[in-house]
Design a protein around this ligand. Structure first.
Ligand SMILES: Nc1ncnc2c1ncn2[C@@H]1O[C@H](COP(=O)(O)OP(=O)(O)OP(=O)(O)O)[C@@H](O)[C@H]1O
Ligand SMILES: [Mg+2]
Length: 352
């Protein structure tokens, strides 16, 4: 009985605009998509990754679970944005215990917060490319008050937070199960959400560079609101293509193109920084995700600036899908928004 398994989890991606939930069922042939759902939250409920309206978001989560008849209470969630710091550091090879203590004592210099205010975790990436006596370590620091806030939210929604991951790692996790393409090619994962963008350059599933920025589709919402003098609710409908006649099509298109070009400049800057580094490597593949993929001009802007092969993620391709339950039209619409929830649903309770 799959759901009786102690390590079973539901993946819950609490985005600042849309919450997504995914539940997978392991089978002999691979993972089957059992449940998937999305629900919009009120703009302003989550600001800069912090929960501004705890009651309202908890209610949205409860309703989402209820409407999709998800009974599992153990969830894996993730955080991102300002309060999460991810850095690759270099340190001397040492025995395990000594290494642990050194990383914790060295961590302070890499983190812009008081060391007592953060939870620290790390993962050894392997030998340094510069010296056989050194190793690369991925250091992750998350502000304790942020973790406490998300735990409180999940409890308030009547659920148990069993894993608290980082958005970028969950996205990477979803990418790893995709059947297509060589993982040896240098690949840039770009997630443009509503209020943040995360960039992760990978080679053979190891991260070479990560960067988070505050760009996202809410910038378009703000521009529609300010420049075209349209209320937030209507601006939201315009952005999602659910409203006709509220604004002039050309004005809307101009805003989308302007904002998506600014995302493109930011991305090109990161790619150039990576490519001009010591290594002679180039980004060969770009995989886009997040609501930003729906914005007119974004993919086109990237295609005109970068020489990589650019595609939009479909995280369902790595799963077994019952087409009666999840028709093609749904998969196409939800695909770009789903990878983080799916990456989280792939976690097991005993994962680190
Ligand atoms: N079909 C669509 N057409 C146009 N825009 C869409 C569509 N679907 C989503 N979006 C846009 O994408 C946004 C949501 O994207 P996403 O789910 O990646 O953000 P999020 O995860 O909630 O935010 P963040 O990760 O920044 O906290 C919506 O606010 C909307 O602007
Ligand atoms: Mg998101």
């Amino acid at each position: 009985m799959v759901f009786g398994k102690k390590d079973h989890l539901v993946g819950l991606d609490i985005g600042s605009s849309i919450i997504k939930v995914a539940e997978l069922k392991p089978s002999k042939k691979g993972y089957l998509l059992n449940k998937f759902g999305m629900s919009r939250i009120a703009p302003g409920s989550i600001v800069e990754g912090r929960i501004a309206d705890m009651g309202s978001v908890a209610n949205d989560i409860k309703t989402l679970f209820k409407s999709h008849k998800i009974r599992e209470k153990n969830v894996a969630i993730s955080t991102g944005g300002h309060s999460v710091v991810i850095k690759t550091i270099n340190t001397a090879k040492r025995p395990d215990k000594e290494l642990h203590d050194t990383i914790f004592s060295e961590a302070e210099q890499y983190i812009p917060y008081d060391i007592d205010d953060v939870n620290i975790d790390y993962q050894i990436l392997g030998e340094s490319e510069f010296s056989p006596d050194q190793i690369n370590v991925l250091l992750v620091a998350v502000k304790k008050d942020l973790v406490a806030e998300y735990i409180e939210l999940i409890h308030l929604a009547g659920l148990n937070p069993r894993i608290i991951d980082v958005d970028t790692f969950a996205l990477q996790n979803a990418h790893e199960i995709l059947p297509y393409g060589s993982k040896e090619k240098i690949t840039l994962l770009i997630d443009v959400g509503a209020s943040k963008t995360s960039l992760n350059i990978l080679k053979a599933n190891a991260s070479l560079m990560m960067r988070d920025t505050v760009s996202g589709t809410y910038q378009i919402l703000e521009e529609i609101n300010e420049q075209l003098d349209v209320g937030i609710e209507d601006a939201m409908a315009v952005m999602n293509g659910d409203a006709d006649g509220i604004v002039n099509e050309d004005d809307f298109e101009r805003i989308c193109i302007k904002v998506s070009q600014s995302w493109c400049s930011e991305i090109c800057e990161a790619v150039n920084t990576f490519q001009s580094g010591a290594n002679d490597e180039r980004v060969e593949k770009i995989i886009l995700s997040g609501g930003g993929v729906f914005i007119e001009g974004f993919k086109e802007a990237l295609l005109s600036e970068l020489e990589a092969d650019i595609s939009i993620i479909n995280p369902f391709e790595g799963l077994i899908i019952n087409e009666k339950k999840f028709p093609e039209s749904f998969i196409t619409k939800a695909g770009p928004l789903a990878p983080i929830a799916i990456g989280l649903a792939l976690r097991r309770i005993d994962d680190k």
